[in-house]
Design a protein around this ligand. Structure first.
Ligand code: M6R
Length: 615
């Protein structure tokens, strides 16, 4: 959580840092702040509760002029959102300031020691101790800033991405990371940029270095870029070329990023499957699997780990793998998996799914699975992310940057890639009939066109949303492949419209949730004509008999559910296994429009952040 940005160069830092903070606001938006070193040598700090826009209004015309600066947008963990808890934080003197993303687990003990030594800590945050600790290390030694940061961090337990500025070193930034991401941008004019992800950097430079865990970097206008580990080993920076384009992180005329990302799905799915389906040869290409085929062919179980929407993609994958590859699958919330005592075996294949590749629980779960000897395969969207680097092999989803907090295109890309993996493994193992395999390749290849058709119904979905938007509860029901979609539909509605929603297997409804149904309750049935269709029709009848406003997501040409429901949205006919890629789209649009009608901040829903880098 939290976004951090820093700049050192020859231009004023303020506009660069503010622009970067706007791009990172999806990571947290309850307070924001900036610190610069001004031309008179002073350390100038401005911070404010609220969004980056509130910080900008607060700064007004008195914009900092310094050419070195750090900025932060916060998602509160320790201490409520207010001006004092906002970053940057200073030490006891006015010499240095820090920004931090992560959690310092032993902050109470450090704080107590520092307080005994006369430090006056002002905030309730865990982060502030870092500024005081570095200052304390420097005051008792002749260490320079770089070494002092390393020494201070050797006393810290927890996760951090942090940047320090020091008015005694006005041409240097010091950055460090452990379990929270940091990217360094190298400008052609000798300037440096630092950010939580590449989005604030891409408009300035495409040359980046991804800082690794327990590395500390000095970015100095005279000395250049130097990296050492906390234990003082020298690291040679590896410069990567960013493949991101600036247009991909702009709204492109859409009202919200979420809407843009929903409409990007034909293209993002195309990008996910590109180069992986060979229709001529009738085969799939997935080198991350072929290179480790021994692990997959001997797997006695597949364990799928993820959180939120990625966990829902994992549930779809459970149906896919069991149907096509005939391997038993367990899907686990990463956050639960790591805190029980899971049985992990060396012949397990673990699939970790994450859009951001930075989710702390998923990362930690991967580490325990690896330690137990399992082969870990990552399905990530963000290239070079921590999870992508931590896993033994993997496949990128190539959905492009997803900025809206509610995940949409990342989900369909995850499902598309997982479908390819399940089909590929099934094909190689001979557990899928050749004719079905060939047919599915062709159908999957055509899915982007079918998603386009679903999107053509956006206007109709908007008018249904108008009728549902005042509801306080909603129920999403589906069976088989559509059960995870019911969960995903409910999550989308909850997180952006604040309407309480639940997803249930349609048949389970009789065991409790049916009691909730009254005349005002929207009930959304995801009921394509698949092999459980007849059963779902009975469930629709059961709800109909008890009131409830029914919306059916149905296959085009459907008469039965469509005639029972108050509203129906049609999706094109396709194989049961591919239908989740279509049926989720109207649910995304429905949640989006309901949230807009309720005046909610769709891209930045309350209390949430895009990337959950704390456990
Ligand atoms: O980046 P990840 O895929 O690991 O994120 C997992 C969840 O935090 C994420 O899917 C979250 O549930 C979304 N806000 C859902 O829209």
């Amino acid at each position: 959580m939290c976004g951090i940005v820093a700049y050192v160069g020859s231009r004023p830092a303020y506009p660069i840092v503010i622009d970067g903070l706007k791009r990172l606001e999806y990571r947290g938006y309850d307070s924001a702040g900036i610190a610069t070193i001004e031309f008179d040598g002073s350390l100038l700090l401005k911070k404010k509760k609220g969004k980056v826009a509130d910080l900008i209004s607060y700064v007004g015309n008195s914009e900092p002029q310094g050419t070195i600066g750090i900025g932060h947008t916060r998602w509160a963990t320790h201490g409520p959102p207010n001006d004092i808890n906002a970053h940057p934080h200073r030490g006891s003197t006015d010499r240095l300031a820090i920004i931090h993303n992560g959690i310092i687990e032993n902050f109470s003990a450090i704080r107590e020691t520092l307080t005994c030594r006369g430090h006056n800590l002002l905030s309730e945050t865990d982060s502030e101790v870092l500024a005081h600790l570095i200052e304390e290390v420097m005051s008792g030694s002749s260490l320079n800033l770089f070494d002092a940061v390393r020494a201070a961090l050797s006393q810290v337990v927890g996760a951090y991405a942090l940047v320090v500025i020091d008015k005694e070193n006005p041409s240097s930034l010091i950055a460090a990371r452990k379990s929270s991401p940091l990217v360094i941008g190298i400008g052609e004019d000798g300037s440096y940029y630092i950010a939580s992800d590449a989005t604030p950097i891409v408009s300035h430079t495409k040359n980046v270095v991804y800082l690794e865990d327990e590395e500390v970097a000095l970015l100095d206008l005279n000395e250049g870029l130097r990296i050492r580990t906390i234990s003082n080993d020298i690291i040679s920076p590896e410069v990567h070329a960013l493949e991101m384009e600036i247009e991909s992180i702009e709204k492109g005329g859409y009202e919200h990023f979420m809407l843009k990302e929903i409409f990007e799905q034909p293209q993002s799915i195309r990008d996910s499957i590109r180069g992986r389906i060979n229709l001529q040869q009738g085969e799939l290409k997935m080198s991350g699997i072929d290179d480790h085929w021994g692990k997959w062919s001997n797997a006695s179980r597949i364990l799928i780990l993820g959180c939120g929407t990625s966990w829902h993609a994992g549930l779809v994958a459970e149906y896919l793998f069991e149907e096509f590859a005939r391997i038993p699958v367990e899907v686990e919330y990463a956050s639960e998996f790591r805190y029980r005592n899971p049985i992990i075996r060396e012949d397990d294949v673990v699939i970790a799914i994450s859009q951001s590749g930075e989710t702390a629980d998923t990362l930690a779960a991967i580490k325990s699975a690896k330690a137990a000897g399992a082969h870990v395969f990552g399905v990530c969207n963000v290239v070079g992310s921590s999870i992508a680097r931590e896993t033994d092999s993997g496949a990128y989803t190539h959905a492009g940057p997803e900025i809206g907090v509610a995940s949409t295109k990342a989900f369909t890309s995850q499902v598309a890639v997982l479908t390819i993996i399940a089909l590929h493994v099934g094909h190689r193992k001979g557990t899928i009939a050749p004719e079905r395999f060939t047919r599915l390749l062709a159908e999957l290849n055509n899915i982007p066109e079918l998603v386009e058709k679903v999107l053509e119904q956006a206007g109709r979905i908007d008018s249904i949303a108008e009728q549902f938007s005042r509801a306080e509860n909603a129920l999403y029901l589906g069976r088989g492949y559509q059960f995870p979609i019911a969960l995903e539909g409910a999550l989308k509605l909850k997180e952006i419209s604040y309407i309480h929603a639940e997803g249930y297997p349609a048949a389970e409804m009789k065991h409790g949730p049916i009691a909730l149904i009254d005349d005002d309750m929207p009930v959304i049935f995801i009921a394509p004509m698949d092999d459980v269709y007849e059963k779902v029709v009975s469930n629709v009848q059961e709800v109909k008999a008890r009131g409830g406003k029914l919306l059916g997501i149905v296959t085009e040409g459907d008469k039965e559910v469509a005639s029972l429901a108050d509203h129906a949205i049609e999706i094109p006919r396709c194989d049961d296994a591919l239908a989740p890629l279509l049926s989720v789209v109207p649910l995304q649009l429905l949640s989006y429009r309901m949230a807009v009608l309720r005046d909610c901040n769709v891209d930045q829903p309350r209390n949430l952040a895009k990337s959950v880098t704390v456990e």
